[in-house]
Design a protein around this ligand. Sequence first.
Ligand code: M6R
Length: 369
Amino acid sequence: EKGGYASFMLKEIAEQPKAVADTLLGRIDAEGSLTLDEVRIPVSVLREATKVVIVACGTAFHAGLIAKYAIEHWTRIPCEVELASEFRYRDPILDQRTLVVAISQSGETMDTLMALRHAREQGARVLAICNTNGSTIPRESDAVLYTHAGPEVAVASTKAFLTQLVACYLVALYLGQVRGTKWGDEIRAVIRDLARIAEDVERVLETMEPVRELARSLAGHDTVLFLGRHVGHPVALEGALKLKELAYMHAEGFAAGELKHGPIALVEEGLPVVVVVPSPRGRSVLHGKIVSNIQEIRARGARTIVIAEEGDEAVVPYADHLIRVPVTPTLLQPLVSTVPLQVFACELATARGNEVDQPRNLAKSVTVE
Ligand code: M6R
């Protein structure tokens, strides 16, 4: 069943272009608009929503963190993202005009289920983003947008994550479309970019050999740090989570701007630090700032592993290892920049002799609170 791959995880990483394309299938019409008829929440409710609250755990939570940038940018609706396990214990402010989005691959995660039950009790509408047909979370939600990743067997989530991102972008763009924000032209352009993104994921997969080599060379290290800004921050968190769960290494993700507020004290000679660099186009201020961050850590001895867009020359002098990803609109970059981090963690774990499909102490779906 592994289709010739050494692990389900490798197979599922390789399936990502198809998973992404399948999740878009039938959702973009001939005119380039979104049709999400399956989202059975009346358009009037979506138009009048005053707040979006996303609840999820683990990797799905990271998808939610990225969704916040997209939702707030394209719709101007305030969006909160909360760990499902914390949500109901803090008496969150919810009402009929709150749209809650529950993200879950399995649809059976108890923390997420309890969060959505709490939200519905307070009168909020719940939209599930889920990969498993007929599972409990979609059954208990007002509506569901299914991701079409196909069954994900490996404990570490990969293809489900990419499709959760696609679904989140679809929700953000759809909300923008039905509410008619000032970003109409940008929304149409992004829908066109999204329709092509599976090819970019494929291109990333074709260039992963140097990443595997690099991962093997780091098998003896104890710690790897991950830095990012903007949507690159959740990508850094996801890269660190993958490394923890698979390689059992100390891995932490930080917002690069926070470095000087503490984490930079961790940097010592030879410490591998992965930096996710935003596009130099569009949000160029951020790009300049992260280039300075790379210089700062390198001056303190870090071994810099830089993930940057093709054609971004500014990072070259400061990158000990450079991983290129295709030119992508800033908000969509996580779809390509996450992939090398998955490959990196999988290869590093294998080099350390770990079983990647069944990491110790973990279960594929966590059905206890
Ligand atoms: O099935 P879910 O998406 O609700 O699962 C949420 C987390 O348990 C899951 O993403 C977990 O963090 C993965 N092992 C990450 O690779």
